[in-house]
Design a binder for this molecule. Structure first.
Ligand SMILES: C[S@@+](CC[C@H](N)C(=O)[O-])C[C@H]1O[C@@H](n2cnc3c(N)ncnc32)[C@H](O)[C@@H]1O
Length: 182
């Protein structure tokens, strides 16, 4: 193969890598400033977590900052829950939608800021977010959720719900805090 073709291919590849890295970084920064960077919950942690928190078929689970939607897919596969995932990051929502299309679960994914959505109908709420945005949302967790709701916060506590803490799952890389009213 002529050296010019090799050089041109290498340059094109390098450009592609640079563009992909830049796009990824821009979306990472958007996520970070909105409330938390995109760091997915580890798959082995999801399995452990779902073995602790039992869910019923048909219940509505909302993932606040759903990333690629892995928690919702796993919960739908294991328990048959319905799910809605919200994320501010267009890139990860795009992946969540693509992955969702290959499975026949009742899941929807929307690009939205979780500070603006209504989760009063959720039976289960999952979040893996930084403390700052948890503090912004915690009042609504307390007043604007079903009486029977289960709120699962991965890695960080929800200070206002301290009295509702029913379980701390401690056998994973991060602790997970489970809150319930009854
Ligand atoms: C640590 S990741 C968790 C992803 C997913 N829940 C999981 O456990 O694999 C946090 C996600 O929350 C999203 N996020 C942060 N602030 C947000 C906001 N204000 N509105 C919507 N999504 C937000 C980020 O884009 C990121 O994808």
């Amino acid at each position: 193969m002529p050296i010019e073709v090799i050089s041109l291919t290498a340059a094109a590849l390098l450009l592609l890598i640079l563009i992909s890295t830049s796009v990824y970084t821009i979306f990472l920064i958007i996520s970070w400033f909105a409330g938390a960077p995109y760091v997915p919950t580890k798959k082995k942690d999801i399995e452990k977590l779902l073995s602790h928190v039992k869910m019923k078929k048909g219940e509505l689970m909302i993932d606040l900052g759903c990333g690629d939607g892995r928690i919702l897919r796993a919960a739908a596969a294991k328990y048959g829950v319905r799910g809605i995932g919200y994320d501010v990051n267009a890139l990860v929502i795009h992946f969540a939608k693509i992955r969702g299309r290959f499975q026949n679960h009742p899941l929807t994914f929307e690009r939205k800021d979780i500070r603006e959505i209504d989760y009063s109908q959720a039976d289960i709420i999952y979040l893996y977010l930084f403390p700052k945005i948890i503090l912004e949302l915690q009042e609504r967790f307390d007043t604007n959720t079903k009486k029977s709701v289960t709120i699962i916060s991965h890695a960080f506590k929800i200070p206002l719900l301290e009295k509702m803490l029913v379980e701390t799952i401690d056998d994973k890389s991060f602790k997970t805090y489970v809150y319930k009213r009854e």
